[in-house]
Design a protein around this ligand. Sequence first.
Ligand code: 2PG
Ligand code: MG
Length: 437
Amino acid sequence: MKDPRIASVHPRRVWDSRGRPTVEVEVTLRSGLRGRAIAPAGVSTGSGEAIDRRDGGSRFGGHDVRGAIEAVRTEIASLLFSRDATDQEGIDRAMIACDGTPNKSRFGANAMIATSMAVLHAAAAASDLPLWRYCSGETAVQIPLPEIQIFGGGAHAGWRVDIQECMVVCLGAATFAEALDWTSEVYRAAGELMQRRGLLQGIADQGGYWPCFRSNEETLDALMEAIARAGLRPGKDIAISIDVAASAFGKSGRYTLALDGSRLDTAGMIELLTGWLDAYPICSIEDPLGEDDTEGFVDFTARNGRRCQIIGDDFLVTNAQRIRKAAADCSVNSALIKPSQAGTITEAREALDAGLVAGFGMIVSGRSGDSEDLTVAHLAVGWNAGQLKVGSFARSERMAKWNELLRIEEQLGGTARLARLPFFGEHGIRSGLRRGV
Ligand code: 2PG
Ligand code: MG
């Protein structure tokens, strides 16, 4: 291994996929090798997430990151100087201690995750390994099954529909490459369908079509039609995944679905979504209830957890402790892993491990504000998470990650295996799907 001690930490301001400022960090080792990473940013955020540091004021709508950049340039850089980049945990823990806040608000989660990921890249470079291989060590890995958005919504599309994301999961694909082939056909079919109906008005934050529908359910109908038009069998070749992101329109057990003109309590929301699970081949549902509605999560999972992946995102915020509690409560059976929600690679890994120990389905995820940074694509493979979610099948910040997985699948050659959805109990996802078709 080349000398892995850190010689310098250099931050710069770059721009994310929404055209907002964000933090890039470049870590240079004594050997001259480097690692570089860019912090992503969400807009539908859980209240328990680590907090990005933004400057506020009027410049760039308050989103500037000069404070976060300064924190990397001064305190974080001197903290990391001369440390061994392969000691990821030591570095992350030192940053956490020095930040000193429970939510990383002093340095900023954006400053910390960009640094933490850059350190990881530098360590991989020092080991002369691709990032995914550095992360996996000797452990055999699978190619993650992709969840790919077709329609956007919620906070990512001006609240045109309430449900934030309507995605496809290519259950029947033999390889990652085939999953992308099928998704491309569905994405195109969905675009044609929107155009024919005079609904094609552009794309949402993550590249999914801007959903000009008259009801939330019409989104699911349109996706079913697009899958069929693409010559694929809904529920057999391709299943549906939705991110309800219910925290964004529901608090204290009261949910307002503005497009449908309905106000529902927790029981009503569970009834509505269970009806969707009966009517459509939905294999995965994320944040079906608000982050403060733990009882609702428990009830929903008791009713549907054997036939569907039920994911906590805003509800669990990539936090190992919360994931362990969710496993004990049986409030979900799956968890999203967004490194930027945790704020360091070490904590994101801890959260992932807590989920794997609990037997959860695990999905590594990008953010709605993303960039050309490929870290999450490598983590999904190297950590053997089983699933990856990085938005739609358009816009290069999304395609860069899907394309990177094609390269990794190629590198793995004959040993490459596309992961399958986890199977929950005797009436697991697959049998549930058969009932749903
Ligand atoms: C989500 C994510 C990404 P955001 O809710 O799952 O799809 O959105 O990055 O805005 O939190
Ligand atoms: Mg989500």
